[in-house]
Structures are given as C-alpha cells and as structure tokens.
Design a protein around this ligand. Structure first.
Ligand SMILES: C[S@@+](CC[C@H](N)C(=O)[O-])C[C@H]1O[C@@H](n2cnc3c(N)ncnc32)[C@H](O)[C@@H]1O
Length: 284
C-alpha cells in the first residue's frame, strides 16, 4: 500500500476539489495545480488518518464533511503578505489622503473607517494602525476604526495573536519597530505588536462569495490587495460591486499592484497606482 507521501490525486478528484473551491470561495485553482493541491492536502489526510485523496474528496464534499471545508479552504489559500507591502500605497495615505479626509472633517466629526479585506496574518491592517498612530502623534488626533477580515481561520488566528519574527518586521521602519513591538518574555525571537496598535484592529471572518457583506458602517477606505488576482472576471465584478456599495461617495479602493479593474463596469476612477475613487453621489 502507498504511504500518504506517495499518494497522487486522480484527475477526477482534483477537478471535483477545484470546482468546489471555486464555488465556495471564488479562488481559481486550475487543474495544473495538482502538486500544490496534493502537497497541501496531505497534511489533512494525515490529520484525519485517511488512506488516500479519494476518501478525503468524498468526505469533504459530503454532508458529514462540512466542518472540514474550512480546513480545505485554509490549506488551499495563498497567504503571502508583508508589513508595508507595496509601500507607495501607505505613502499615498499619509501624504495625500489623510490631509484631504481631515479637511473634510473625517476622523473628527465621525471616525475614519478602513477595511482590510483579505488581511491574511495581519501585517496589512497593523501597518495601517501604526501609520495612523504615528499621524496622531504629530497632528490633532483622528478617531479611526480598522476592520480586518479573511476567509482563512488559521491566518486570522495568527493575526489576532499579533506575534511576528525579527525577519517579519524587517520592512517596518526602525523607530516604529521600537515603538510598536515588544519582545516576548517567553521567546526572545518573537515580537508582539503593542497593545496600542493591536487594539485598534478588529478581526473577523468574511468570505467574498457571501451574498451580503455585513459591516457595521460604510467605509472611507477599502484595501483588497493581492486577493482578486485568484478570481475570475465575473467574481471580480461581483465582489468589487459590493465594495462600491460599501464605500462612501469618493471613498477609495486599493488593489494589489498586479491587479486592475480593466474591462469591468464599475463606478470607480483610477487616481494612483491601483488606487481607485468611487464616483461622487453614485447610486448603485
Ligand atoms: C495573498 S494574501 C494577501 C494579503 C494582503 N492583502 C496583502 O496584500 O499582503 C490573500 C488573502 O486573501 C484571502 N482570501 C482568499 N479567498 C478569499 C475569499 N473568498 N474571501 C475572503 N478572503 C479570501 C486568503 O485567505 C489570503 O489570506
């Protein structure tokens, strides 16, 4: 009998998994990803003590396997992220966007609201929280709220723990590292985001394939970077439409640098490198 390490997924089971993942999450895996799917699902086979991919596929697609779905999605999402990833977006926020929003009374008459959608392990929303904390040290303080969501429970768990390695925090400017990270007493190689920054971000689970995105308010800024690249045009149109409904007029959407809304019909203008602004007074 073959060991789990030697097992291969059949093309029929791979197609079933690929189709299911697309329907459930919008992520396009393509049948070419066979070795990636095998590699990532072997851990689930071992964990569940299952003999092969056929048994696993039958289980996860059956009613009795519905609790396994979250682990399947967890295993197959790509979670690469960094602090200050695509740094010019953060420069734009500090140099251009915040002065404009402040002049409109946002952050004073009501909180500035930011959503990091597809936040992975938290580096993106914590970068935003650090920048706003920095801003508040040198300007009249802004009231702000940052919501961060993802489909994957394992990255959300990591994000809530807010524990990073020295290597993880290398992109953070040195003065901000000193201010916003504390070395763990238990493990000196681990750094924790300080309470001031950590408490400014609320994390939650949200699947972009949901019909409705339940957020407490309309957003001034939505970050959805390096996520939609895994989706087809139909899903991209549907998801960005929902983002537009959740943005205030003139609110801003930030996509990843390799993403674009080219060919989609949306009430958005391009105002910077993958930075979009919602049309004023638009009703959609
Ligand atoms: C490559 S990471 C990007 C993280 C961060 N935005 C950045 O740019 O560094 C993509 C994230 O999107 C999440 N994701 C994938 N499909 C999703 C879906 N259907 N709903 C919500 N999040 C999803 C993944 O779990 C992953 O954490």
């Amino acid at each position: 009998m073959l060991t789990i390490a030697e097992q291969k997924i059949s093309s029929t089971d791979l197609s079933k998994i690929v189709r299911f993942v697309d329907d459930y999450s919008g992520i396009q895996l393509s049948d070419k990803k066979q070795s990636m799917v095998e590699g990532r699902l072997r851990k689930r086979l071992r964990h569940l003590n299952m003999a092969n991919f056929k048994v696993y596929t039958q289980f996860v697609l059956s009613a009795s396997g519905k609790d396994e779905v979250i682990h399947l999605i967890d295993a197959l999402t790509t979670n690469k992220t960094n602090f200050f990833r695509e740094k010019d977006h953060f420069d734009y926020i500090v140099k251009t966007l915040l002065p404009k929003l402040v002049s409109q009374g946002i952050g004073r008459t009501r909180p500035l609201r930011i959503w990091s959608a597809g936040c992975s392990s938290g580096e993106e929303p914590y970068t935003l929280a650090m920048l706003l904390s920095e801003w508040n040290e040198t300007h009249a303080p802004l009231d702000f709220e940052i919501i961060a969501t993802d489909i994957s429970i394992s990255v959300l768990k990591k994000a809530k723990q807010a524990l990073y390695t020295e290597k993880d925090i290398e992109p953070v400017p040195i003065d901000m590292r000193r201010k916003y990270f504390r070395r763990s007493i238990q493990d000196p190689n681990v750094l924790q985001v300080s309470g001031v920054v950590k408490n400014q971000v609320s994390f939650g689970i949200l699947n972009f394939k949901n019909k409705i995105y339940r957020l407490p308010d309309k957003m001034d800024i939505i970050f959805c970077r390096n996520v939609l690249i895994y989706f087809d045009k139909t899903n991209q149109q549907d998801i960005i439409n929902k983002f537009c409904q959740l943005l205030v007029p003139q609110g801003n959407l930030f996509l990843g640098h390799s993403e674009s809304i080219h060919g989609l019909k949306l009430p958005l203008d391009l105002i910077g490198q993958t930075i979009y602004q919602k049309h004023d007074r638009v009703q959609i």
